[in-house]
Each structure stands twice: as C-alpha cells, then as structure tokens.
Write a protein that binds this ligand. Structure first.
Ligand code: CDP
Length: 806
C-alpha cells in the first residue's frame, strides 16, 4: 500500500514560505491589463481638474482673469489662491516644516508652478480653458545657481519669510538660507586634519534628477455632502498619513475621510508627499459637490512634482600614508528649490546624510549641511533611497577612490584596509548611528574573486599602455563600490513625519477553513508585497501562501501604518507581520493542546501544525486548529483566530553590498559600454530570492540612468531642460546592461526574522560604481574627478580636456 502522507519536505514546499522563489501573484492581473489604477476610476458626474502654470521661474503675478475660461461651455469653475484663502488652504505645510503655495499667491518661484486650477466636464475642455485664463506676470531676477543663493545681492525669493531669522531647523543666516545642520565632533575632526599625513579635498556634485515613475501622480476626490464623508483615491505611498494630514487641514473628522491607494505604477519616493493637485481636487469636490479627478502629465510630473538629489558635497578625507583613514569632513550645499519640501523624517533636515562615513571605521568625522532656496521646483524626495543615503554613499565612495589614487593604492585594497571589522558590530559610527550587523570583508572578497578583480586590473594596465602607444582609442574603467545602507525608519523616538511616529503594522485573520486575509500599513507600488508578505505568514503559521490574501492601501480596513518608501517595508511592516503571526501561533498552540488533551508545553511546532514532543504522529494541522478556533475553542478562551501587531523597531537595519562595474570607453565618441556589472547584496534573511533579484535589476537600471545621463537641468532663466522623456534619460532594454547578481547573508540581530531592506540598495550602490568606473578609466590621464551625469557628450568633453584627442 502506498503511503500518501506528505513528507516534511513536501509539506514545507507546499507552503511556499520564506526563501522560496515564489512567482509574483500580483503579476497575474498586471500582465493581463487587469490592474486597477487611479485613472481607471470612473464615477458618475466626475469632473476633471487641470492647472494653469507659470512660464516664468520668478515673477510677480499681477492679474488673473478667468472670465473668458468660464464662458467656455463645460467649464465649471476656476480656482485661484484667493479662493483657497477662503478655506485657509492657499498655502500648505511641507514635510520639512516649511510652507508651500498651493496656487500662486502674488508670485511664482519656479517654472510651471501651479497658478490656477480649472475644473471642467472633461480633460479636453479643461485643457482648452487653461489657454483662456489670462495671467499677467512681472518678471523678477532669477536665481538658479545654489552657490550664488547666499550672495549679499542675491534676489529675495521668499518675501513671506521676511524678518524670520529662525526656520524649522534653527537659525537662518540669509534671506535664501533654509537651515544649517551639523553632526559630529568639529574640533576633533579639525585636529585630525591638521595632523594628517595625507588628505584629499574635492567638490563632488550629485546632480538634480527625478524618480519619474511610469504612472504620474494623480487622484480622484469625492465629497458626499449628505454624509459629510470625503473619499480620496490616489497614488499614495503613505495613505494613512495623507488621511491624517487631510483631516488636520480640512477639519473633516478622520473617520469621515476614506483614503484608498489602488494599484500604483511605481513610486520611488515621488508619491510620498502632498502636492497642490491633491489639495485642489479636494477643494474642488467640496465646492462643486461632484467627484473631481486630477491626473498630471509627464512634463508636469518631471518639472514640478518633486525632484531628487541636488547635493553639492565638499568632501575631505584625512589618512595615514599606509592608507588608514583618520577623519572625514563634509560640507553639503543642498539646493531645495522654491520651498523646502524635502520628504525626510521631521527631525532630519538632510535625511540620513550622516551615514556618510559609509562602511569604514572613521575614528572621527564632521558633517555640515546648508539648505538654500533657488528658483527651481521643490521636492528633495528619496528617489529609491532612504533619505539622502544615495548622496552619502556617492560622496564617500568617490572620496575613497580619490584617496586611493592620491596614495597610489588599489581602491579595493584601500576599502578592505578600512572596513569596520565583523567583531566591531554593533558598531557606533562617528556620526551617531549604530550599525546592526555586517561582514564586509567576506562580501568584498567574494565579489573580487567572482569578478576576477586582479586580472581585470592587469588587463587595464595593458590597455593603458596600448592607448599611450596609440594602438587603441578605447580605455577601460573598473568601478568599485562598497556601500552600507540604513533602512527601516524608524525607531519612533527619532523618526516621525509631522509628528506621526514611524512605526508600522499588520493584521492577520485566519478564517475557519484555514485561509487568511491580512492587511498592512505598508503600500506596494510594484515591490511584490502581495507575494512576499504571504510568504512570511506562511512560514510563521504553516498555512500555504496561496491561501493567504494580502491587502494594502485602504485606510478603512488596513491598520494605521506609515507606508512604503526608503526600503522600510521589510524592516518595519515585515517585522509587524512576523509578530502578528506569532501571536496567532501562540493561540493556536493553546487550541491544539486542548484538542490533543495534552499540556501546551508538551507540544512543538512542526512546519504546518503542532505535534506532541516525542510522538510526531499525534499532531494537529493549522487547518484543523483554525476550524476548532471558531467552532470548538477550549473553555475560557474566546473564539476566533486573528491578531494585530504594531511594530516600533528598536533600530534601523544596515544592508550592504559590493558592486563592480567594468566599462570600456571610446574616447573619440564618448560612448561608454558596460562590459560587466556585478552586484553582491546582503539584505540579511532573504524572503523571496527572485523578488530580490528583480528589485536589484530595477534599482541598478535606475542607477545606470542617473549616473550615465538622467538629469533635470535649468538654463540661466530657470527654464527647465529635460522635462520630457525625449530629454530625460529612461533606459530601454537596448541600453540596459546585463546584471550579474550575488549575495551573502548576515541577518539583522534585532529583526524578528533577521531581514533587512533591499529595494533601495542597488540605486545606492549602483551610482558610485558607474561613476567610479568612468573616473577610474580617465585616472591615468591625470583626472581626479569628473562630475555626473556621464553622458556621451560630457565624457567626450572630459576626454578632450584631458588631451585624449591628441
Ligand atoms: O519598502 P520597500 O517594499 O520598497 O522595500 P523592501 O522592504 O526592501 O522590499 C522590497 C521587496 O523585496 C519586498 O517584496 C520584500 O518582501 C522583498 N525582500 C525580500 O524578499 N527579502 C528581504 N530581505 C528584503 C526584501
């Protein structure tokens, strides 16, 4: 007789739990065009809103006349700042403690700024009406260069701040100054530099770019005037925070506001903040009593709805002659545009820039950041990055390469020499962080061995000789990067958004037949939470992932959470999920003990149920326990099987990685070919290796775009150049290199399942790897640092300036 009882391995495989390369369940609807995005929403009587925008970067608005637009059939209303003043919404608070105009209030501060909101029966009429709104502007001098922002004669951008010498983050020293933020020991750092045997100093710029998700920002607002309830569907990475902010601003009670984030087509930090479009759509539905949709187009998104980076980092490293680093001193000039709307936790005006000591054991360091206003769009969002970590990683990884060159040392060897050693964890950095775990030497060695680092260096040397002899016009660069991330904001003691503490949450409900509905405070924008969250639950409570439904984004049903950005979902919501599941397992153990008529302590967990210790034949599966939980619970135990967990992490997690880029550059055309790109990531316990690989591929592709061409540029009049995909580099499959991925596993000691975040890592580590490759290629021609982005034109120019064209 065949024994059909599944083996332990078969039961385990059936769960598709943690570690399984489970296929993404959400892709079934995405690949069949069945996703449900904001713009798919059609409501009865729905109106459309669209913006009149400023052609000028800096101008007074002296007259707005909407009378001709209002005469156009189908136009319902035109809102201006004067109308918004009636509901106290002409200005809105930003996440960074500043205020921002919703609609131009007397002046504009950047090109394409929102001036008036036209509401019409459909989008076409709204667009036509925009042309009919007459606006008179009086041009003002434009400030584009952040280095000139604090000149004595620099134009005054923010008259509303006149006389305010204190900002949200301390004293302001000039009318265009926003804040100064300093961390570290200045005196010790200065002393280390005074005593340094070797030092380097370089101004390293990380240019302005944009997250550019394929789906732009959009919303539908619908006010039910009878019930007094407001429903807002939107592309929100943090729906609960949007509900709280909407309630505080509108005074509509929070329980009467329903925020729903349906499927989202990419966020990358662009969909964290609140934008004028949301406010205007909400005011418009309140005014008209009809649902109002606002969907921005590509140019609007690229030119106005946030930006990323724009950090200019004067970087100094002090070292001994043998390469041991002794100190780091960094000053950042941060260009925040017309309003300070950076999406950082409130107490961190420069995000987590103080992770700038990277993976190295700096005994002392000092960081100082000055934020300034310019006539550019506001934003400063964490584009696939945990709050300025990308800037920090770029700064230190370029700095280490520059130091290696000065010392005549190999850049990989210099890194190895200065890594934080495994026994130093938990490691307290000179700028205030406690790194949870790491094994940098093992990761770096594995990467170097896999890529054949030493022989690549020999090949490079031979190529340089051949180039000097005139035998080739191609030079070769090897980009080395070893990054440490800081993700999982955050302990609520030091991380909040406008006072809302940054914890996260999960609710799990097991049905009587043993299937599950679970809801989280996180919100996927394509990261695959529906797949991976079910895997955590499957492993923890022994119910197959296929029987677990994951739902996010509806503030009426999901527990309160702070949303998804900065790779915080796995470190925070992921932990809440594991802990909620463990509560269920604890109750299940009591029920199983009752069913098997033994003590709880005589039971042990085994894959998908409880068995009696020493007698595995006596067992109850979770499916059986779930039925009993509702229909035959032990006396004195309430029926049901569900749990909620709110998780406030004790610390952040510190993923890391070793990336190598091998590049061949044709000096005559400036074209760079990526020969190899190898990415080794360590994100602790891996929930779904296939999803991790996908995250790394996506992040590397964005890193490639940023380093090699993507840029939001301005001319001297403040005209934004690069506000369409004709100019803004979005790599297609044609340009995108082949990615080689690898991993080590160093679990986080404080996370319930040992997992760290991974979504941002490839962007954080990828950009320096590409840039170091370009710089490494030109190093032998005497160059120290070439600024990004490294498009063919700039590479060609650099080659010319370095005499490579003969
Ligand atoms: O916050 P966000 O979802 O953007 O980033 P994340 O926490 O790094 O997670 C991105 C995706 O990778 C999610 O589907 C995670 O479950 C998955 N992941 C994983 O499988 N294992 C890890 N150790 C980290 C993330």
């Amino acid at each position: 007789m065949n024994d059909m009882t599944p083996t332990r391995e078969q039961r385990e495989a059936a769960l598709e739990g943690m570690g399984c390369k489970r296929k993404r369940v959400e892709d079934i609807r995405f690949t069949q065009g069945k996703g449900n995005y904001v713009d798919d929403l059609k409501l009865n009587g729905m109106l459309f809103g669209d913006f009149v925008r400023s052609p000028y970067a800096h101008a007074k608005v002296t007259r707005i006349d909407a009378s001709k637009a209002l005469e156009l059939p189908g136009v319902v209303a035109v809102l201006t700042a004067e109308d918004l003043k009636g509901v106290n919404l002409a200005w809105m608070p930003t996440l960074a403690g500043d205020v921002q105009m919703v609609l131009a209030d007397g002046k504009v501060l950047y090109q394409n700024q929102e001036v008036a909101f036209v509401i019409a029966e459909n989008r076409y009429i709204a667009d036509d009406a925009i042309q009919l709104v007459e606006v008179d502007y009086e041009e003002l001098p434009v400030l584009v260069d952040p280095f000139k922002a604090m000149d004595a004669d620099a134009p005054v951008l923010r008259e509303d701040l006149a006389g305010k010498t204190e900002g949200a983050h301390g004293p302001r020293n000039h009318h265009n100054h926003i804040f100064n933020w300093s961390v570290g020991d200045r005196e010790e750092t200065d002393r280390a530099f005074a005593e340094a045997e070797v030092s380097i100093k370089e101004m390293i710029s990380y240019h302005r770019t944009h997250p550019s998700p394929l789906e732009t920002c959009q919303c539908v607002a619908s006010m039910d005037k009878v019930s007094g309830e407001l429903t807002v569907w939107g592309t929100f990475q943090a729906p609960h925070v949007i509900r709280t902010v909407a309630s505080l601003l509108s005074t509509i009670p929070e329980h009467k506001i329903h925020v729903i984030a349906p499927d989202i087509g990419g966020g990358f930090g662009n969909k964290v903040g609140a934008y004028p479009g949301y406010i205007c759509a909400i005011v418009a539905t309140i005014v008209t009593g009809q649902p109002v949709k606002w969907v921005e187009d590509r140019m609007e998104n690229l030119s106005t709805t946030s930006f990323a980076r724009d950090y200019h980092m004067t970087t100094e490293i002090a070292a001994k002659k043998d390469g041991t680093v002794t100190s780091l001193r960094v000053h950042v000039l941060a260009d925040h545009g017309g309003f300070d709307a950076c999406a950082d936790p409130s107490k961190w005006p420069a995000g987590f820039m103080n992770i700038v000591t990277g993976s190295y054991d700096f005994p002392t360091a000092h960081l100082s950041v000055d934020g300034v206003y310019t006539n550019k769009a506001p934003g400063g969002v964490a584009y696939r990055c945990s709050f300025r970590v990308t800037e920090a990683a770029y700064c230190i990884e370029r700095g280490m390469d520059i130091l290696a060159k000065k010392l005549g040392m190999d850049p990989a060897d210099l890194r190895m020499k200065n890594f934080i050693r495994p026994e130093q964890f938990p490691y307290h950095s000179a700028l205030g962080w406690e790194y949870d775990s790491g094994d940098y030497h093992t990761a770096m060695q594995k990467a170097m061995d896999t890529i054949g680092y030493r022989s690549l260096r020999e090949e490079q040397k031979a190529r340089q000789e051949a180039f000097k002899r005139g035998e080739t016009r191609e030079i070769m660069g090897i980009g080395v990067c070893f990054f440490t991330e800081i993700v999982g904001a955050g302990p609520s003691k030091n991380c909040d958004i406008l006072g809302v503490a940054m914890f996260d949450s999960a609710e799990i409900r097991v049905h009587p037949t043993g299937s599950v509905i679970s809801r989280m405070g996180s919100k996927s924008q394509g990261q695959g939470h529906e797949t991976t969250w079910a895997q955590i639950i499957a492993t923890e409570i022994g119910i197959p992932a296929a029987d677990i439904m994951v739902e996010e984004g509806n503030t009426d049903t999901a527990p309160y959470g702070l949303g998804t950005y900065g790779s915080r979902s796995t470190p925070v919501a992921g932990a809440a999920i594991a802990l909620a599941a463990r509560k269920i397992r604890n109750k299940a153990q009591m029920i199983a003990a009752h069913m098997l008529e033994v003590s709880e302590y005589d039971l042990e967990w085994d894959v998908d149920g409880f068995q009696v210790k020493g007698n595995p034949g006596l067992r109850k599966s979770m499916k059986e326990i779930a039925w009993a939980a509702y229909n035959a619970p032990p006396p004195n135990l309430e029926p049901g099987l569900e749990a909620v967990s709110y998780y406030d992490p004790p610390n952040m997690t510190y993923p890391f990685g070793a990336y190598f880029c091998v590049m061949d550059i044709d000096v005559d055309t400036g074209v760079a070919k990526i020969r190899r790109f190898y990415a080794l990531d360590d994100c602790g316990t891996r929930i779904n290796p296939m999803i991790i690989e996908g995250q790394v591929h996506g992040g590397l592709t964005e890193a490639f775009a940023i380093a090699m061409g993507q840029e939001i540029r301005y001319d001297e009049m403040g005209n934004v150049l690069g506000a369409s995909f004709m100019d803004f580099f979005i790599p297609t499959a044609v340009e995108t290199p082949h990615w080689e991925t690898d991993h080590t596993v160093t679990p986080s000691p404080h996370h319930p399942i040992g997992a760290k975040g991974v979504g941002e890592s490839p962007n954080v580590g990828g950009v320096p790897a590409f840039s170091n490759a370009v710089n490494d290629a030109f190093g032998f021609l005497g160059s120290t640092h070439i600024q990004m982005p490294h498009d063919a034109w700039r590479i060609w120019k650099a080659a010319k300036e370095l005499g490579a064209h003969g």
